[in-house]
Design a protein around this ligand. Structure first.
Ligand code: GCV
Length: 840
């Protein structure tokens, strides 16, 4: 552990050696990638030509924000104290909308096409003075330009001379929050809501302002603040002044406020006996409601609707279509230039699993494709990237290619619901890039998803990228310090889907950690590898994330998807695995344009990574890689778990290059992830070994010579417990202590004398805090409290975790004893210990 003084010395060393001023622990929180750390003297030299005076043409909340952000950024990074001037009388930074710039500098030739929110950064002479101009057709665009310029400075990029235009790909770049009015967040993994508390909007909205600043810096221009499983009260008349407070905080950052609404609101709030979208009383109710909202929030963005989905009320109650439901509200919004996002996540979660023709994946296309052209122009159909639900791997939703006369938006998930819940490192822009670049070949033409979303292919008035963010009160917004890269990456891709995942990862790393090349290289490499690693140990070959789909969506739960109506089936039996979605099966592949349909219809042409999404094959089926399916399952899980352990080593290699507190925080998470990857690996491999009866060619699965099962130890007080499902505990069982006092599990060590690393695998529930102590003979070698907040109230794959004790000197005959004292409802449950000879 480095002490504070040593950090100081380290900081001085880094400065002397030419790096950025070291990142301080307090820099890693609210400011995220906007920390504007002071640049080292040699780097500042690059920016010495930046003018010392700033002229802002015009006045508005957004322009004032742009001005203060520029002032703040340049002061902190290069020590430049900008003076404000009214007009251009000397070298100046000039901020303003195009119209104002044209007046002030008639000689300038702005680019012919500067789309709304797009900006132009240019160095030019104005009235004989060298100026650095940031301009756009909108004020928001000017703010975006300021952020872009500051980002370049932070990353040490040259900014003079400059002549650069940046345009957003899609008009609507929104984030959705799934916050509930009581302050919780559905699928939120970073603390309480920044918006709501105990049924009201928070009194202190400081964090909301900070969030809006982050969003603006990546070009996000709208934020829906509440759960799509909406509480009707969100638009109750009495609530509107509270919403207006949030809009006031968003406004200076150019972020439009939006809310999710419950389709039955006319009934729930309006005392009507119906919410039938074709009932004129319902239409009138929405009109009045929307007018009232705009009276208080003139720049209100619009609504998001989840209907007829997972128990939400919807137009099907009246035999109406999603288009009927969307249009009645959209009409009310249109008068105010508001938009309506109607989610295509509509499906029956009571499907008959016995019917092999049933397929949840078909639902969005089956319901929405026939309605193409029936949605009003201010409606955007919001489509999850895959046909199921944010799995670690899914094919692109065919609906994205199935709407030609309807605005469409893609829904990506920043919050890692099925991808490790911010406890596992999983950098998602790598996945999103594959989706956005995927060419759907609509009408036989080149039609990458990103072009469809830009609205260019079918000349739509709007297109959208929406990210479900679910940031919370956690000081770093998303819980895992490295998960923040996903929020950054979403915004960057929404702005420019042509950016590569590599560029985004590197930008974020530089902005967050500084320009130390070793850190940049290491963190970037970890980010870029992480999605494949996560996929590798959680779900093979497009079988989806094999998690507990009925509960937490977190740990392994291979069979939980089967024999129920939720339709996340993989159909594994003792002979084979996979859903037949071809013409002989559910016909889902037929929803794609011909070239893609043909690709997926045929088992030989289907890419390995999606094989089981489209085909049911025997375990012995040979992949393009030459491996059998079953061996791939084993290998990918072993490789994935090894690579997760490698993240720990990679992070350790930059120990003295990042602040100690941040270092420890990330290290703890990566070590946990490496342990949990083994839980995943073992659960999946053991389950498939038992189900298929085909052994691992390399003999690893089911063989753990370094493991001593708790149930095989000498138990005092502890009793053997069955864990359900069985594969989530080693050997299917563990031990628990049903007493109020201590229980012990012990064994005699019988291997060679030397130093060992010992992992104690135990279960850490969130409904109690057990205490553990480990002894070698009479010597206590470790103790800890099981007080993590894992999403589990019982022993199993969600709660299974490990304690690593390093440098343990052992001799044959030593007694190793684990003492567990239950706390609350947690009975100090243990699974096994594993002993490996230390390598150091
Ligand atoms: C907000 C999944 C999630 C739900 C979520 C739903 C949706 O099913 O598990 O928590 O509900 O998707 O996107 O509407």
């Amino acid at each position: 552990m480095i002490r504070r003084m040593e950090i100081g010395i380290l900081g001085v060393l880094l400065l002397v050696s030419g790096g950025l001023e070291p990142l301080r622990a307090e820099d890693t929180g609210g400011d995220a990638w906007l920390r504007y750390a002071p640049l080292e003297t040699a780097v500042r030299e690059k920016y010495k030509s930046i003018p010392a005076s700033m002229v802002v043409l015009g006045d508005s909340p957004v322009l004032r924000t742009a001005q203060s952000e520029m002032t703040r950024g340049l002061r902190r990074m290069i020590g430049r104290r900008l003076t404000d001037a009214k007009s251009i009388q000397e070298r100046a930074i000039v901020l303003g909308r195009l119209a104002a710039i044209r007046d002030a500098a008639p000689g300038l030739a702005p680019p012919a096409t500067l789309a709304a929110d797009g900006f132009w950064l240019v160095t030019a002479q104005v009235r004989g003075f060298d100026c650095l101009i940031v301009t756009s057709s909108t004020e928001r665009g000017v703010l975006y330009g300021v952020f872009a310029l500051l980002s370049k400075v932070a990353r040490g990029e040259m900014i003079a001379p400059i002549n650069q235009v940046q345009q957003p790909a899609a008009t609507l770049r929104w984030v959705d929050q799934w916050d509930n009015l009581n302050g919780t967040i559905e699928r939120g993994y970073a603390g309480a809501s920044i918006f709501f508390e105990k049924g009201s909007v928070r009194a202190d909205l400081t964090r909301v302002g900070e969030y809006a600043r982050l969003l603006a810096s990546i070009g996000v221009n709208g934020c829906t603040i509440n759960n799509v499983n909406a509480d009707p009260r969100i638009i109750d008349d009495s609530f509107l002044p509270q919403l207006a407070r949030i809009a006031d905080v968003f406004r200076p950052w150019g972020v439009q406020l939006a809310v999710s609404v419950d389709l039955s609101s006319p009934e729930a709030l309006g005392n009507l006996d119906s919410f039938d979208p074709l009932d004129p009383r319902v239409a009138a109710w929405w009109r009045t409601k929307v007018d009232k909202i705009y009276q208080q929030i003139p720049d209100f963005g619009g609504f998001v609707v989840k209907a007829d989905s997972e128990g939400r009320p919807g137009p099907s109650s009246y035999g109406r279509t999603p288009a009927d439901a969307a249009n009645v509200i959209a009409l009310a919004l249109r008068l105010h230039r508001g938009v309506l996002f109607y989610r295509a996540f509509v499906y029956d979660h009571h499907l008959d699993w016995r019917n092999s023709k049933n397929d949840r994946a078909r639902a969005a296309y089956d319901i929405f494709h026939p309605l193409d052209g029936r949605f009003d122009d201010n409606v955007i159909v919001q489509i999850k990237y895959g046909p199921i639900d944010f799995q670690a791997r899914e094919p692109v939703s065919p609906l994205l290619g199935g709407l030609e006369k309807t605005n469409e938006g893609i829904e990506l998930q920043i919050t890692q619901e099925y991808t490790g819940q911010q406890r596992h490192l999983c950098f998602l822009p790598t996945m999103w890039k594959e989706i956005l670049d995927f060419d759907l070949h609509v009408n036989g033409e080149r039609t990458p998803v990103k072009a469809l979303l830009a609205g260019k292919v079918f000349h739509r008035p709007a297109g959208a990228l929406v990210g479900v963010a679910n940031v919370g009160m956690s000081s770093n917004w998303l819980g895992h310090p490295l998960a923040v890269a996903n929020l950054y990456g979403f915004g960057r891709l929404a702005w420019d889907p042509n950016l590569s995942a590599e560029v985004i990862a590197e930008e974020w790393t530089r902005l967050t950690f500084g320009n130390d090349d070793v850190v940049v290289k290491t963190v970037t490499a970890m980010l870029l590898a992480s999605w494949h690693v996560y996929e590798g140990y959680t779900g093979p070959l497009g079988a989806q994330t094999l998690t507990d789909i009925l509960g937490s969506h977190y740990g392994p739960g291979i069979d939980s998807s089967e024999r129920n109506g939720w339709g996340q089936w993989h159909r594994a039996d003792h002979q084979g695995i996979g859903m037949d979605r071809t013409a002989t099966g559910t016909g889902f592949a037929g929803q794609y344009p011909r070239a893609i349909r043909d690709l997926y219809e045929t088992v030989q042409t289907t890419p390995d990574e999606l094989l089981l999404f489209f085909h049911h094959v025997p375990y012995t089926y040979r992949l393009h890689s030459g491996k059998s399916v079953i061996q791939h399952v084993y290998d990918s899980h072993y490789e994935g778990a090894e690579q997760a352990a490698e993240f720990v080593r990679q992070w350790q290699s930059i120990e003295h290059r990042v602040p100690n507190e941040l270092y420890k925080n990330v290290l703890t998470r990566l070590e946990y992830q490496a342990g949990h990857a083994i839980v995943w690996r073992d659960a999946i491999c053991n389950w498939f070994l038992r189900t298929s009866g085909i052994p691992d060619e390399r003999g690893r699965v089911g063989n753990h010579p370094e493991r001593i099962e708790a149930e095989a130890m000498q138990l005092k007080g502890y009793t053997v417990m069955e864990v359900t499902p069985w594969e989530n505990a080693s050997g299917g069982t563990g031990v628990e202590c049903a007493k109020a006092s201590a229980c012990t599990a012990s064994f005699r060590f019988d291997r060679a004398a030397r130093t060992y690393e010992m992992d104690v695998q135990y279960f850490d529930q969130n409904n109690g805090e057990s205490k553990f102590r480990v002894f070698v003979g009479n010597r206590q070698v470790d103790d800890w409290v099981a007080n993590d907040r894992l999403p589990a109230t019982r022993p199993g794959g969600d709660s299974s975790t490990r304690r690593r004790i390093s440098g343990l000197a052992l001799r044959p005959g030593d007694e190793i004893r684990i003492e567990g004292i239950p706390g609350g409802e947690e009975r100090a449950p243990l699974d096994y210990i594993e002993l490996r000879a230390s390598t150091e």
